[in-house]
Design a protein around this ligand. Sequence first.
Ligand code: PLP
Length: 392
Amino acid sequence: MIYLDNNASTKLDAEVAVAMAEAADLFGNPSSVHAEGRMARRRIEEARDEVARLVGASSEEIFFTSGGTESNALALFGAAGQTQVPGRLVRTAAEHPSVAQAMDRLATRGGFESVVVAPRPSGVLDPDELLAAIAADTRLVSVMAANNEYGALYPVADLAPAAHARGALFHTDAVQAAGRIPVDVRAWQVDLASFSAHKMHGPKGVGALYVRRGLPLQAHTPGGGQEKKLRAGTENTAGIVGFGCAARLARERLNGEAASIAARRDRLERGLCERIPGVRVIGAGGSRLPNTSAVLFEGVRGETLIIRLDLEGIAVSTGSACSSGTLLPSPAIRSLGLSLEQAGSVVRFSLSRSTTDSELTRVLEVVPRIVAQARQVGSDGAIETVEELARR
Ligand code: PLP
């Protein structure tokens, strides 16, 4: 299998797997005072140090969670819960559903006003437009560091101090950024930042929230007081140890890897544009993650390509989010001004440190053929359903 869906999840690094297997023996409850408990606690604290180092935080500012989704919820509901009077919340249209839906809920049930700012059709976020949305009563601004669907990088280091100057807190969802580009929460001056282990060759079901020292945040789970009373529940020792190991590897390898991954991504994009008519790379004009390429293949349904590519042993994904049983193009992609049909024709290729040149050579052989076949079926008037393809 040629795996080009690393923004969905990454393969567990072999070294991480070894660290987790060893940590599986740490059965003591990390809150227990006996030796078994203390051993688990020590490994958790070592992992906390590693995550903190990767993102430029102090260890005591890192709180472990069950993943990026929970970190985003804790950031948004936690910050909103501290406010005496509800006010405005500002986000981009490109945010992950875990941010978008948390804000929607705060608007419908919490009395907040949610304001959404769309990036330009090029994928670039205009800082002035975002800042213009911050009113005197704005409580929190949430802007992702890197977009998961087309990889755009947003200028959080410029936006966070400007939001503070207007009296608002600043959260960034850095789930896709950490391990792929340098992340420095202190230099960025953000108050809150979300991370997830499985996007950096760590395990699923573990993440972290950076909370700037001294920032009050409302806990959302009552219980045993773990994670300094912010996130109760017995810690996932093996998962956290795996996260720590993945964070260390990401820090050690980041500089060397990013350029080679970007070079491969660029080769892929060039090859697709040269070989296939009616192809456009989304967000190509702005700064992007080195590993991400969202490609619009005019006149072809994204799901059709994905299933045909899967049959050829190539794993990619669409810019679609499964909603109520129907595949709807994602709001983030649509907010770039694409029609429903165009947004449904976007396929995301996301590379990793293990993507090889020979894999890309094969992808560049297969994709033009698959696109031509899919377009031919479309022009013959035949309706090729996703279910039909999946049965083959
Ligand atoms: N935020 C972004 C930008 C993501 O891409 C994802 C996962 O795809 C999440 C949050 C959710 O992270 P998790 O899967 O760890 O809950």
